[in-house]
Design a protein around this ligand. Structure first.
Ligand code: SAH
Ligand code: SF4
Ligand code: F3S
Length: 445
């Protein structure tokens, strides 16, 4: 029995964090992580159902795994995550390559299901839980600069387009103490940044503490550690949270605040529970209290019944807010969600045209926002090498902008001042500020 496991992860950061939980469970049982799928006796695919396209990528990948399995018939393939929860037993029927189907709240059963699968018995576990939060599992993480911590699971918002409440179940939070202990251990291991994760972190509650309390407690652990968080729902973002971000140096001044649409009619149909006016006043309050804050968002183009007028209101909102970044999607009907019952009546060409307009406007705005930083000096936490050249390193500002600059003596984990001299819509280019000033001194000497 080959106890090497390879996990491929699709979808959101919560799946990335879950993969570390799964590896935590399996390494405790004697499994070791494999470098590549060909080395593994067990290949697990942690999947996403949020859009049709996300599922299609996984189905394509299963086709390739079929080939690996033909060459090495002993290999087990497991479907995990949101697709496992959505497709359940039908995944086993439709895709004979799959030996195991395990939903997001059943990962503790993996060792037992795998043992049985090695004996030839296919397994399925897809019950959702109201309490499971894997609090006692130590996630398996390689050493590094930045770590993810899930602070809650599930979602109770039921936006009409969204599959997440059905694949992840009801919302539940970990304890503040458990999260703080995890931050402490990451700090002791030399991590420089943690991102607290939930589908809607603003509704975090462990019975005694809200999300602002949790952020403040995480920030107190290590003042040199950056604390980030995602995702915020506009309805639940409190004044207390804004002032907590404003008053802690090491809580990053950047908020991902998905708006989805600029039209109140569409927001209503989406069951987003806020209006455009509420959203805009929230943005003003955030900007008033947190100077230099970066805001990013998610937009859906072509929700059922969306007219050109609704679409124009989304474009107007983009121009008005001037986000630093956005994730932009075509509406994808998901079976079982409330909006699936509405007819997907915006023609594909119209959706794509609208999406392209959204992308084009946002790209111009991102570029203008980034260009405005040219000449300023920002603090960059170095993540690793630049993808293009080993002479350059890549890092991020507190506002989560990517910065590329000449490596010098910097290693991942260094936090350094960088003066910006160039900008593209998604990236800033700079020079180490100390080298820069040293050069100038040399020149004037
Ligand atoms: N919890 C987060 C994000 C969840 S999914 C939130 O509330 O914003 C990430 C993004 O995917 C969503 O913000 C939305 O923009 C997009 N999305 C979700 N379901 C979708 C669908 N059916 N079609 C297109 N985009 C979708
Ligand atoms: Fe989906 Fe809405 Fe929950 Fe986000 S808040 S996960 S979009 S249901
Ligand atoms: Fe996808 Fe599930 Fe995350 S549907 S976005 S992996 S919660």
């Amino acid at each position: 029995m080959n106890r090497k496991v390879f996990i491929e992860t699709y979808g959101c950061q919560m799946n990335v964090a879950d993969t570390e939980v799964i590896l935590g469970i399996l390494t405790k049982e004697g499994y070791t992580p494999a470098e590549k799928p060909e080395d593994a006796g067990l290949i697990l695919v942690n999947t996403c159902s949020v859009r049709e396209h996300a599922e299609q990528r996984v189905l394509g990948r299963l086709g390739e795994l079929r080939r690996i399995k033909r060459q090495q018939p002993g290999v087990l393939v497991g479907l995990l995550g949101c697709m496992a929860e959505r497709l359940r037993g039908s995944a086993l029927e439709q895709e004979p390559v799959i030996d195991l189907v395990v939903g997001p709240d059943e990962y503790r059963k993996l060792p037992e299901l795998i043992d049985r699968a090695f004996e030839g018995e296919k397994g399925i576990a897809v019950r959702l839980s109201r309490v499971e939060n894997y609090e006692d599992i130590v996630p398996f993480r390689a050493d590094g600069v930045s770590a993810w911590i899930s602070v809650m699971r599930g979602c109770d918002k039921f936006c009409s387009f969204c599959i997440v409440p059905f694949t992840r179940g009801r919302e539940r939070s970990r304890s503040l103490d458990g999260v703080v202990k995890e931050v402490e251990s990451l700090s002791a291991r030399g991590f420089k940044e943690v991102t607290l994760l939930g589908q809607n972190v603003n509704s975090y509650s462990d019975g005694k503490h809200d999300f602002a309390d949790l952020l403040a407690a995480a920030a107190r652990v290590d003042s040199t550690m950056r604390i980030r968080f995602t995702t915020s729902h506009p309805q639940d973002l409190s004044g207390k949270l804004i002032s907590t971000i404003a008053s802690h140096e090491n809580i990053c001044s950047c908020i991902h605040l998905p708006v989805q649409s600029g039209s109140n009619r569409i927001l209503g149909l989406m069951n987003r529970t806020y209006t455009r006016e509420h959203y805009l006043s929230l943005v003003s309050a955030i900007r008033r209290e947190i100077p230099g804050v970066a805001l990013s968002t998610d937009i859906i183009a072509g929700f059922p019944t969306e007219t050109d007028e609704d679409h124009r209101m989304t474009l107007d909102l983009l121009r008005e807010v001037r986000f630093d970044g956005a994730f932009m999607f075509n509406y994808s009907p998901r079976e079982g969600t409330p909006s699936y019952r509405m007819s997907d009546d915006v023609p594909a060409e119209t959706k794509t045209r609208r999406l392209n307009e959204i992308i084009s406007i946002q790209k111009d705005i991102s570029l203008e926002n980034n260009r405005a930083l040219i000449g300023s000096t920002v603090t960059v936490l170095v993540d690793g090498e630049s993808k293009r050249s080993a002479d350059y390193v890549m890092g991020r500002t507190g506002t989560n902008k990517i910065v590329i600059f000449a490596r010098g003596s910097n290693k991942p984990g260094s936090c350094v001042p960088v003066t910006i001299h160039g900008a593209s819509p998604a990236t800033l280019f700079g020079n180490l500020a100390s080298e820069f000033s040293a050069d100038r001194e040399a020149m004037s000497a």
